[in-house]
Design a protein around this ligand. Structure first.
Ligand SMILES: *Cc1c(COP(=O)(O)O)cnc(C)c1O
Length: 430
């Protein structure tokens, strides 16, 4: 193997990364300069990439009553939230902590949707006090709790019920959420009865219906099936005298990590709107909650090779990033493409490596059996690291969390400094 096969030019799903000569750039910034300036491991995001992913949804939504609420659990760093807020998005949140993040970037509370199966009464209270747009409720118990909290504050809570359309999103079991055996949502056959209960409770006002069938979905079929199931319910609920102002269709659209070819957001929504039009729902307000598809391919994680450890059965390339900031391989056996920031000369010798982190777990790997021409000290880019990486980062092994940089054209701005050990230890006592 020689280096031109190895450090392949291939950059799946990455229009904002490109080679200039032998070096990898993001938009107008050379990535190796950022590694030198800010250290590694380092997350780097392209603002242009985020906005172009959003534009695909906006194209499909032109002339419609539709709003994008960015699902911030994919990546909740304030610097990224601000980009989406400035671009007109609302937010989908799943905790009181995420509510404070949305407020911190100046999001109008009415543009915030509160999802999740386990909202606490404290979280409900704060969300009611600031006046969020909608609670997506997932159980009868939660409905009753929200009613009590709202009445105790002398308020009326706007609610949608998250219904489970019972369609198979054909994705990884840990990120599939729309099937019967799942903890999420209210069963399709119970939905009408729960809507009738909701409509009878004085502290609640029914405003919509919600579903979210899973994540990293790469085909349109499950979405179309879910839309039909949801529209059937809307008809039944409205026939029972309960108006549904908006349909919240969740998120879940996949991205290209390796050789997937997910449909474009504009294509998916052209088909979904055609279905809604055909069934007479073309004028209904729509909300969506995309996360991964807006940020996943906007981010890379830069990590330096610490040691090369060739072995009898496997060669290990030990890098300074780990499952503590790149948890998806350990959690879902996920694939992230890995490329060196500098391609070696065409005659460089390379071989197969398992790229692993320093954390003391055999599950701490980032890529297996990768053909790479690498040397100690090289910096690698782990691609498609914008979603469900930094937002899931932990301090396992007492590792401070990485820094984050936002690239805007040819400028790069630190949006989160590297965490210090003092910050990690703060608050603990002997
Ligand atoms: C996670 C989640 C999303 C976002 O999912 P993506 O796959 O990142 O688009 C949207 N809505 C709800 C309720 C979620 O739990």
């Amino acid at each position: 193997m020689n280096a031109s096969d190895l450090n392949a030019l291939r950059l799946p799903g990455q229009p904002h990364l490109h080679w200039r000569g032998a070096e990898l750039w993001m938009d107008g910034v050379r990535l190796s300069d950022l590694a030198t300036r800010f250290g590694t491991p380092l997350f780097v995001y392209s603002k242009a990439s985020m906005l172009s992913a959003l534009a695909a949804y906006q194209r499909a939504f032109a002339g419609r009553k539709a709003r994008v609420c960015y699902a911030m659990k994919a990546n909740s760093s304030l610097g990224l939230l601000n980009v989406f807020h400035q671009a007109g998005c609302g937010f989908d949140i799943v905790s009181g902590g995420e509510l404070e993040r949305a407020l911190a970037v100046g999001a109008p509370p009415a543009s915030i949707i509160f999802s999740g199966v386990g909202k606490s009464r404290d979280e409900m209270r704060r969300a009611l006090q600031v006046g969020i747009g909608c609670f997506n409720v997932e159980s009868v118990g939660e409905l009753r709790a929200l009613n009590e909290v709202a009445q105790s504050l002398d308020r009326v809570a706007p609610v949608s019920l998250r219904v489970n359309p019972d369609v198979d999103a054909q994705t990884h079991p840990y990120i599939s959420t729309g099937l019967k055996g799942n903890k999420f949502g209210i069963a399709h056959r119970d939905a009408l009865a729960v809507y009738q209960l909701a409509a009878s409770l004085p502290g609640l006002k029914v405003v919509g219906i919600d579903c979210h069938i899973g994540s990293q979905i790469t085909i349109v079929g499950p979405y179309l099936d879910a839309m039909d199931r949801v529209l059937d319910l809307v008809q039944a609920i409205e026939a029972a005298g309960i108006p549904i102002e908006h349909i919240d269709f969740g998120g879940g659209l996949g991205i290209q990590y390796q050789d997937e070819s997910p449909p474009g957001a504009d294509d998916v929504w052209a088909q979904l709107f055609a279905r809604m039009d055909a069934r007479g729902f073309g004028q209904r307000a729509v909300m969506i909650e995309p996360g991964r598809s807006l940020v996943g391919n906007a981010g890379v994680c830069l990590t330096q090779v610490m040691y090369l450890k060739p072995g009898e059965q496997k060669n290990f390339c030990i890098v300074d990033a780990a499952m503590s900031e790149l948890p998806r391989p350990a959690l879902y056996q996920a694939y992230h493409h890995i490329v060196p920031l500098q391609q070696l000369a065409a005659n460089a010798q390379g071989q197969m490596w398992d790229v692993v982190g320093p954390v003391c777990e055999s599950g701490d790997w980032i890529g297996r059996d990768r053909a790479l021409a690498v040397q100690d000290g090289d910096v690698l880019a782990v691609l498609s690291a914008g979603a469900y990486c930094m937002s899931m980062a932990s301090n396992y092994n007492t590792r401070p969390r990485p820094a984050e940089v936002l690239v805007d054209g040819d400028t790069a701005r630190l949006i989160r400094p590297r965490e210090t050990l003092a910050q990690v230890l703060a608050g603990e006592t002997i």
